[in-house]
Design a protein around this ligand. Structure first.
Ligand code: ZN
Length: 390
């Protein structure tokens, strides 16, 4: 979607200029906090996570354990289905007559408001022996139009949430809630696909465009209007207190300056490796330090070498594509701001998103699709606003 290295670099540098002052301020704050607490004179890379976590706890007093009772898995699933139904008129019905590869796998028949069949949706939520870690969306049968028949897709999300016991349901951390929304966003991209060729259907889009439908859906997890629909205490039925919602939102942008700088540093290192004549590079470490010069906060560790350990750069498939994480964040923040302007359940905006993005797959240039949805090109301002950097 970005099309040229120049565009990636100017995009990265623009964000860098905006995030750097905030990152430096956050870093100084963290340094003095560590000094006050444990008389740490020079904060090192290996200290960062520890003190940041302590400081975050002190500032927001937001314990994951307090939130979990409001996120019973079944309630969160209902929540994400309700969001999809309010936005895209989809209906989900659990069905029991579809074969699965494991008894844990749930199956749903998805239809539109007129009861037309849209997709089969599979959900495999819990860990078990031999199952891979993490969370992802996948598809068993792609959507395509063949012999004038619109063959609807079979789409699945796979997660690893704690299994319920006889006495306790599966309760999700807030992070797991956003993970579920994220993967479900990919699933919507698959389920609402409406193209002729399966090679261009659903999530078969440019690498730096594929995270838009997933990341944008995460935004609903932070909105009172959406949380009220499903974040209810599993024992008392009480809706999540407003105070927690505010804290979730505020703590989400904690150290966002430093986080942004970190992501940009990886992206810029990746771009450096892939945009220069390698025969001119004699020292990997020196080359790397050079690439990090604008984004570095912590003192360098002599023995440390990111380039040789960072699989994304060469063999992870991201080569010259790591920037797409931030790129997609710009898109999702900009897209969600449109929803915020008109209302997070506004049908007109949702329909534009469905018709121009979710259903189109890779049949057109992503920038053209995006502009048709949004009415203009995406700008980083919304992301900077959300991150508290403007
Ligand atoms: Zn994703």
């Amino acid at each position: 979607m970005a099309e040229t290295p120049e565009k990636v670099l100017s995009f990265s540098n623009e964000l860098l200029q905006k995030a750097k002052p905030a990152a430096q301020k956050e870093f100084e704050e963290l340094e003095s906090y560590a000094k006050k607490l444990d008389r740490i004179d020079q904060l090192q890379k290996w200290d960062g996570a520890y003190y940041a976590e302590k400081l975050k706890k002190e500032r927001f007093n937001l314990d994951q354990e307090i939130l979990k009772p409001y996120f019973k898995l079944e309630n969160v699933i209902d929540g994400v289905f309700t969001v999809a139904s309010k936005l895209y008129d989809l209906q989900f019905k659990e069905v029991f007559d579809i074969d699965t590869y494991h008894p844990d796998v749930k199956t749903y028949s998805v239809s539109d408001i007129d009861n037309n069949f849209i997709a089969v949706f599979y959900a495999d939520f819990h860990p078990r022996k031999g199952k891979r870690n993490g969370a992802w969306m996948t598809s068993y049968k792609p959507q395509q139009i063949k012999n004038r028949i619109n063959e609807r897709p079979h789409v699945s999300i796979v997660c690893n949430f704690t299994k319920p016991t006889n006495t306790k349901p599966s309760l999700l951390t807030f992070n797991e809630v956003t993970t579920l929304f994220h993967e479900f966003g990919h699933a919507l991209h698959g389920m609402l696909a409406n193209t002729t060729y399966n090679s261009l259907s659903g999530t078969s889009v440019s690498w730096d465009f594929v995270e838009l439908p997933s990341q944008v859906l995460e935004n609903w997890c932070y909105e009172k209007e959406a949380l009220e629909l499903f974040a209810k205490h599993y024992e008392t039925g009480e809706t999540i207190p407003m105070e927690y919602v505010t804290k979730i939102k505020e703590s989400a942008s904690f150290h966002e300056g430093m986080q942004t700088l970190r992501q940009l540093s990886f992206g810029l290192l990746d771009m450096s490796w892939h945009s220069q004549d390698p025969s001119k590079i004699s020292s990997v470490k020196e080359f790397e330090n050079n690439a990090f010069s604008e984004t570095k906060l912590y003192p360098d560790v002599k023995e440390n070498c990111m380039s040789t350990a960072f699989s994304h750069i060469f063999q992870g498939g991201y080569s010259a594509g790591y920037y797409s994480y931030k790129w997609a964040e710009v898109l999702d923040a900009d897209a969600f701001e449109y929803f915020l302007e008109k209302g997070i359940f506004n049908k007109e905006v949702a329909t534009k998103f469905k018709e121009n993005i979710l259903s189109k797959g890779g049949t057109e240039k992503p920038m053209d699709l995006y502009k048709r949805f949004r009415g203009k090109e995406p700008k980083p301002d919304a992301l900077l606003r959300r991150a508290g950097l403007l």
